[in-house]
Write a protein that binds this ligand. Structure first.
Ligand code: FAD
Length: 265
């Protein structure tokens, strides 16, 4: 253990340990990704604060890279702040958690509300000015002006600590846990975005990084850690979001049998 402020190191003894290290944003290998005004959102970030966090009440041109849950919510937030927002998505549809027909309805509604949506489009690089701040986004379909760019191409379980400790990691890269949230070490439990879930519809491993699920898992892990038996049955792969004046949701598997959130199944 290391105190990041003082640099002091030490260790704590435990009878039962609970890992709740969350998830990390996927970092795309895009040249220019480290320029100023290129945002990533993680853990506890609040979407409505983002435009002001960069000292600007509004940004004329915002480019959101990735049309997933967070990209959609941020699109709404920036549009309401008066920005012209373009969503660039590599896949042929927004919101890979939805079937293609449902995603098409969302895309149509967003375009009606003034959002520019570019699907099947790949970002190639970000260009900056002499001060190191982003000015444009070069895509496979042309160059877009941008004062602010949000990278939201997905997140992955933050399981590196568990992996280094020798715990079993599953195919989704989440920590493998049983119904009691116990890992492959019986004295270590894990809960939240860092764990792999079991989809109760397909029986398959899936990744479901939601606060609602993390909360239930945390309660089960906490109870079992102190000797009160409890179980978490798994997830139905349910997720919902607000897109402007629409509420959009899914439960169970998509036609492509996707049980996870995002493009990965
Ligand atoms: C912009 C945004 C909007 C969201 N909206 C929703 C929503 O509407 N509904 C919903 O259900 N979910 C939502 N989520 C997802 C939700 O926030 C997460 O599922 C939830 O926070 C996961 O909880 P957690 O405790 O597993 O991880 P986190 O909340 O990410 O907490 C993990 C903590 O562990 C710390 N940590 C990591 N590694 C170490 C280490 N080695 N040592 C010490 N500390 C460490 C991290 O700093 C972090 O504080 C949203 C997420 C984002 C980013």
């Amino acid at each position: 253990m290391r105190n990041l402020d003082s640099g002091e190191t030490g260790s704590l003894p435990y009878d039962k340990l609970i890992l709740a290290t969350g998830a990390d944003p996927v970092e795309p290998p895009i040249p220019g990704g480290q320029l100023g005004n290129v945002l990533r959102l993680k853990r506890g970030a609040r979407r409505r604060r983002a435009p002001r966090a960069h000292g600007q009440r509004t940004c004329p041109f915002v480019v959101i890279i990735g049309g997933g849950l967070i990209g959609m919510e941020m699109t709404e937030a920036f549009t309401q702040c008066g920005s012209a927002v373009t969503v660039v998505e590599m896949m042929p549809q927004l919101l890979a958690m939805l079937d293609v027909e449902m995603a098409a309805l969302v895309e149509k509604r967003m375009k009606q509300l003034g959002v520019k949506v570019m699907t099947s489009t790949k970002v190639e690089k970000l260009v900056g000015d002499a001060d190191g701040k982003v000015t444009s986004v070069v895509t496979s379909a042309g160059e877009l002006p941008a004062q602010l760019v949000l990278l939201s191409i997905g997140i992955k379980p933050n399981s590196s600590l568990a992996e280094a400790a020798g715990l079993e990691i599953g195919p989704t890269r989440g920590i493998v846990v049983d119904e009691r949230m116990t890992t492959s070490d019986s004295d270590i439990l894990a809960a939240g975005d860092c764990t792999e879930k079991r989809c109760t519809v397909s029986g398959q491993a899936c990744f479901m990084p939601l606060g609602s699920v993390a909360n239930k898992e945390g309660r089960v892990a906490g109870s079992n850690a102190v000797g009160v038996e409890d179980e978490f049955a798994g997830v139905l792969s349910t997720a919902a979001l607000k897109v402007f004046d629409w509420n959009v949701g899914r439960t169970g598997l998509t036609e492509l049998r996707r049980g996870s959130l995002g493009a990965r199944s």
